[in-house]
Design a protein around this ligand. Structure first.
Ligand SMILES: [Zn+2]
Length: 306
């Protein structure tokens, strides 16, 4: 709480400082090279580079595959992911919804987390995804094989999803979604918002959660992390996505990597008995502020390059 009020004070002081000189065209995630250490932006008093954001998101290989204690977030939403790769379980009387299978090798860990919370993995009826990158959706085929869940995906992400074939398995797609579509099960409705940029079909999910007689707007953000090279098409996607996510009603911000919503810090507070640190309207814009500042810095650097 102390931190958030400090953040509020600096609300108007979001500063983007471009330190790098030339655009770096290396593709960190595709070539295995580290992400560049420029440009640097300072947002809410913290300085970030593409490299530091990627490191913050992914952690170590061990972090990516080590179970984080499964826990209730708010209402019928639970965390069942690893230390650095989010996976959310939405529980309803008519079966459950899983958002993000993460890497295929994490599926048994997610299954274990679901069981530890007292739910059945086989009760997962619908599998949704954040975006078509392997760290979020590689395990879709295995989850479908184990649960029979219907796999639903945003139309614009289909080509990238169909290219994810662990062990040669075809990526399952049972229903194609479009911007604004709803997914309903057992009284819970999730809305799929197309927030492209990071991938063509990057999907921000919104839903309402009830707790203690109150209703909260939950936003499961898609990644807003810029690639290293911004084409005009990607620039226009991001411009639309930043505007859209800022317009969403939000009480509980969540994201595809737990660091995007300070999960560890909030979980520690939860253990100390703080009522519900995940209800954090003031924190809803932090990640978009960071990523939008970085996007503009990368774009400025790219435009300066010869
Ligand atoms: Zn990604």
């Amino acid at each position: 709480m102390k931190k958030m009020s400090r953040l509020k004070l600096f609300g108007c002081l979001v500063a983007a400082v471009v330190l790098g000189a030339s655009a770096n065209t290396s593709q960190a995630q595709t070539t295995g090279q580290p992400a560049p250490d420029h440009p640097a932006v300072t947002v809410w008093g913290q300085t970030y580079t593409p490299r530091s954001i990627l490191a913050r998101n992914m952690g170590t290989p061990e972090d990516q595959t080590t179970q984080f204690p499964p826990h209730k977030i708010v209402g019928n939403i639970y965390y069942v992911g690893t230390r650095t790769l989010s996976s959310f379980l939405v529980v309803t009387p008519q079966g459950n919804i899983l958002i993000d299978s993460t890497y295929e090798r994490n599926v048994p860990t997610i299954e274990e987390s679901v069981k530890q919370l007292g739910f059945k993995f086989s009760d997962i009826k619908i599998l949704l995804g954040n975006h078509a990158h392997g760290d979020h959706q590689e395990g879709d085929a295995l989850v479908k094989q184990l649960t029979g869940a219907q796999v639903m995906a945003m139309a614009e992400d289909l080509p990238a999803l169909q290219a994810i074939k662990p062990g040669g398995k075809e990526h399952p797609i049972d229903k194609v979604l479009h911007d604004g579509d709803s997914v309903a099960l057992g009284g819970t409705t999730l809305v799929a918002h197309l927030t492209a940029g990071h991938t063509r079909g990057c999907t921000t999910w919104t839903m309402k959660a009830q707790q203690d007689g109150k209703t909260y707007n939950v936003v499961i953000h898609c990644s807003l992390r810029s690639p290293e090279v911004l084409t005009p098409a990607i620039v226009s996607e991001f411009n639309h996505s930043f505007e859209l996510v800022r317009s969403l009603p939000c009480d509980v911000p969540l994201g595809d990597h737990p660091a995007q919503y300070s999960m560890q810090e909030k979980y520690t507070k939860l253990q100390r008995g703080v009522l519900n640190p995940f209800i954090d309207a003031a924190g809803c814009k932090v990640e978009v502020d960071i990523e939008e500042a970085m996007f503009h810095a990368i774009l400025a650097e790219q435009r300066k390059a010869p």
